[in-house]
Write a protein that binds this ligand. Structure first.
Ligand SMILES: C[S@@+](CC[C@H](N)C(=O)[O-])C[C@H]1O[C@@H](n2cnc3c(N)ncnc32)[C@H](O)[C@@H]1O
Length: 310
């Protein structure tokens, strides 16, 4: 049987993290944030540091520290966002376990990003990112910077993957099942990454995406996006968390015996999930003779009543 585990409550975000920030310009989508923490959890090892690119409210960074990272440093381009994260989540005890800096990860070099931390980050290093990933037309892109991933949903992926590779770090990346997932895995593989664990969470499309579905539907039509009819036929997608190990290219061809999740494999997995009738994604339990065996985690969480996207 495939190795599927299910989680039905928030295990990383605390009650206070589930309250929307006062400013609507601080991203709030708890299921998205929780999945990013699970992905980090899959990669965190004792004494490691996490560099969280596009760290948002800082709730994820703080939860990653609770999940075992010795240090977590977040970088975000939003001034209000950084102010909120520093106020609510940066360590104030002088220990600097959680720190937040203002910066644009697409413009800074990897060394410049590291230099935004107040003290050197201990190794090993894990890079995580839950970037904007909704595929939108160029016109809609300009209206919703906090969620737009450009026309393929992967506008930010090359920069994020590039930083991970440059730093020789394992990488946790969150995308949507409509963010050209096959292409995402191909980008990761080309950089020396292998997907080791996947976390999925079904989520209804947000109001802006619903009103601007042209690009998502165009990708769906050509088989590069997977959508789902959720309970009550509500249009939904899956948040996809990819925990990836980096392999030095010099050893990349050496088989390590671990089954590899390819881009086609991920697409097939998402199509299988989309055959489910319930938010537990029960179709994934059916044996998949040629499919990737896991580990696969399904987050079956109640959607938040409020979302902050801008
Ligand atoms: C989808 S939100 C996720 C926030 C947080 N990671 C979480 O999971 O709650 C994406 C965040 O990335 C930030 N962002 C987008 N592009 C960025 C860039 N080029 N450099 C730094 N931050 C960026 C946005 O300001 C926003 O806070």
């Amino acid at each position: 049987m495939p190795n599927v585990s299910r989680v039905q409550s928030y295990e990383h975000l605390r009650e206070e993290d589930l309250v929307p920030p006062a400013s609507p310009r601080v991203f709030f989508e708890p299921a998205d944030t929780e999945i990013g923490v699970w992905v980090a959890h899959d990669l965190i090892t004792e004494g490691c540091s996490v560099l969280d690119l596009g760290s948002g409210s800082g709730a994820a960074a703080a939860a990653m520290a609770r999940a075992g990272a010795a240090r977590v440093h977040g970088v975000d381009a939003g001034e209000e966002t950084v102010a909120w994260a520093r106020e609510h989540y940066a360590s104030r005890d002088g220990g600097h376990r959680v720190t937040i800096a203002h910066g644009d990860f697409a413009r800074l070099t990897s060394e410049q990003l590291l230099a935004t931390a107040p003290a050197p980050l201990p190794r090993p290093l894990v890079v995580t990112s839950n970037p904007p990933y909704v595929p939108l037309t160029p016109r809609a892109d300009a209206e919703r910077r906090s969620i737009s991933g450009g026309t393929d949903g992967l506008k930010w992926a090359p920069a994020i993957i590039g930083h991970g590779r440059a730093l020789g770090a394992d990488l946790g990346l969150t995308i949507g099942s409509y963010s050209t997932p096959r292409h995402a895995v191909r980008l990761l593989e080309a950089a020396g990454y292998r997907v080791r664990a996947v976390t999925l969470c079904p989520l209804p499309l947000g109001a802006f995406t619903l009103a601007n579905q042209a690009q998502v539907r165009a990708l769906e039509e050509v088989g590069e996006a997977v959508l789902w009819q959720g309970p009550g036929n509500v249009p939904a997608y899956f948040i996809v968390g990819l925990a990836c190990h980096w392999t030095d290219p010099a050893h990349a061809d050496e088989a390590d015996g671990t089954p590899r999740l390819t881009g086609d494999g991920l697409l097939e997995l998402l199509r299988t999930a989309a055959r489910s009738r319930t938010t537990a994604l029960e179709s994934l339990d059916v044996p998949r003779p040629n499919g990737w065996p896991g580990p696969l985690r399904v987050l079956d969480l109640p959607p938040a009543a409020v979302r902050h996207h801008w």
